[in-house]
Design a protein around this ligand. Structure first.
Ligand code: NAD
Length: 499
């Protein structure tokens, strides 16, 4: 059995707490490795190394820091296939999807190469007589991030790329379900020239998280994961005077207007609903058709597409649309929720129950499910299912559809499919959701914009990546300077005379 490590001060370090978590191969259901779960002492040791290394890194000029990021990008490209394979093996997503996970993180690193420009301060010449005023952005010091299982490459890079570009040290506590890629990323960043102690990976569970939240030296905490944990981390981190940003769960609605191109809408829904087995915070989990006729036309297009989805292990390469879910517990929870949908009166139009794959009977595969006639009081609507289950709802009017999406507790992403620019514009303006797609089902902003939901999908003020990240990982210092006159005159060699 492979025993994974922490990555502390430039070395793979074995866990010493005696506690481990199983890392599964979701396709086979086998335990493939064990990851150590850090003790408070192990976390404290990483913080000590980070504290020692950070001032020198912060004092390295931003252009030199950016060059390390440049090299890191080229190493990510060099090792793309290796990273994708390791990611698929622990997460279960398909290889192309795993490469996309790495690629979207890599793009954030690319954006952060602009750090010298992004960190330039403001300057006011002659704010008063002989007085100049300037503001600079300085690194926070030691920062930390806690990440979820579903994007084990992209989400760590969302956090550590800007943190490190700004001159901070960063401690990553990745998901215990798929910790191998985060360890590989830390190794690669050091191969690119990052000094030891600037990026460390401490594997663990709540013990490690609480050690972060209660450590006086750690200045900021980033979190991405489920909403209950986001709320806990935000409240505890803020109470301990840290800068905190937490991103939580989602239930993303796609509104289908009567004038939408139904083929386009159906294609969008199968990709956005079932890609990565629905384990994406930007997955579409609710399709809201405006009018019964729209719903009927949509289902006519959608059902055959869903029925022909190919479910299988990542080792089948491009021949698979989605893989298994991450654990047996996740699978059981999804199956339980599907049963509540049936019990509470939703119509199961595509029934993926009892799905089994020859040769992979112990894998955590789930067939695709499609519900129709879902109503707002049902558990499958209220809860984030995080599986290959799409709910269809029928709204009488556009206003009813808009209200449904706006009344849901989560406000991460949403989309509208229509040919009507006026409806699309109205939707984009009024919806209380952070990321909106117009005929785009998964509107994940690119690296130079920012990523973040609204309502119960977020706790904190600033978004991920883009310009917000440079604000989150720095603090502003403003200097007011006056130099007395006279110094500039220098030596006087002629005999002074009265004017
Ligand atoms: P999770 O909340 O179970 O775990 C996230 C992290 O928190 C992990 O590192 C885990 O070890 C840690 N953790 C778990 N329980 C904890 C506890 N009691 N105390 C302290 N730390 C704890 O989430 P997950 O299952 O890994 O990821 C799926 C969730 O993440 C979904 O809800 C999804 O919507 C959300 N997500 C949100 C975004 C976003 O940007 N809003 C992006 C990706 C995923």
């Amino acid at each position: 059995m492979q025993e994974l490590t922490h990555y502390i001060n430039g070395e793979h370090v074995k866990g010493t707490s005696g506690r481990f978590a199983d890392v599964m191969n979701p396709a086979t259901g086998d335990v493939q490795a064990q990851t150590p779960l850090a003790s408070v002492e192990e976390m404290n040791r990483a913080v000590d190394y980070a504290t020692a290394a950070q001032p020198k890194w912060a004092a390295t000029n931003p252009q030199r820091r950016a060059r390390v990021l440049m090299k890191f990008v080229s190493l990510l490209n060099r090792d793309m296939d290796k990273l994708a394979e390791a990611l698929s093996r622990e997460h279960g997503k398909t290889l192309p999807d795993a490469a996309g996970d790495v690629q979207r993180g890599l793009e954030v690193v690319e954006y952060c190469i602009g750090a010298p420009q992004l960190l330039k301060g403001d300057f006011t010449d002659s704010a008063g007589p002989g007085i100049d005023m300037y503001s600079m952005r300085q690194a926070l010091g030691v920062t930390a991030g806690i990440t979820p299982f579903n994007f084990p490459a992209m989400i760590p890079m969302w956090m550590f790329a800007p943190a490190i570009a700004c001159g901070n040290a960063f401690i990553l506590k990745p998901s215990e379900r798929d910790p191998s890629v985060p360890l590989m990323l830390a190794e690669l960043f050091e191969e690119a020239g990052l000094p030891k102690g600037i990026l460390q990976v401490v594997n663990g569970d709540k013990v490690a998280v609480d050690a972060i939240l209660h450590h006086d030296v750690i200045q900021s905490v980033g979190f991405v994961g489920s909403t209950p944990i986001a709320e806990y981390i935000y409240a505890t981190g803020c109470a301990n005077a840290k800068r905190v940003q937490c991103f939580g769960g989602a239930k993303n609605h796609m509104i289908i207007m009567p004038d939408a191109d139904m083929d386009q809408a159906a294609d969008a829904l199968v990709g956005a609903g079932y890609g990565a087995a629905g384990e994406r915070c930007m997955a579409i989990s609710v399709a809201v058709a405006v009018g019964d006729d729209t719903a009927d036309r949509l289902l006519e297009k959608l059902v055959p597409r869903i029925e022909s989805l190919k479910v299988g292990p990542y080792t089948s390469g491009n021949d698979v649309d989605y893989g298994p879910v991450v654990t047996a517990a996740a699978k059981a929870n999804i199956e339980r929720l599907v049963q509540t949908g049936v019990d509470q009166g939703a119509k199961l139009v595509v029934d993926g129950r009892g799905f089994s794959l020859q040769g992979y009977e112990n894998g955590f595969f789930i067939g695709p499910h499609l519900f129709d006639n879902v109503t707002a009081d049902m558990d499958i609507y209220k809860t984030e299912i995080f599986g290959p289950v799409l709910c269809t709802m029928r709204a009488k009017t556009y206003e009813d559809a808009l209200k449904l999406a706006m009344d849901h507790e989560y406000g991460n992403g949403t989309a509208i499919f229509t040919r009507d620019g006026d409806a699309a514009r109205d939707f984009a303006n009024r919806i209380n959701v952070g990321m909106v797609g117009i005929n785009v089902p998964i509107p994940v902003p690119l690296a130079y914009h920012t990523f973040g939901g609204w309502t119960m999908s977020v706790f904190g003020d600033l978004n991920q990546h883009g310009p917000d990240a440079f604000k989150f990982y720095t603090r502003t210092k403003t200097v007011t300077a006056r130099w007395p006159s006279g110094i500039k005159e220098g030596g006087e060699f002629s005999i002074p005379v009265m004017e």
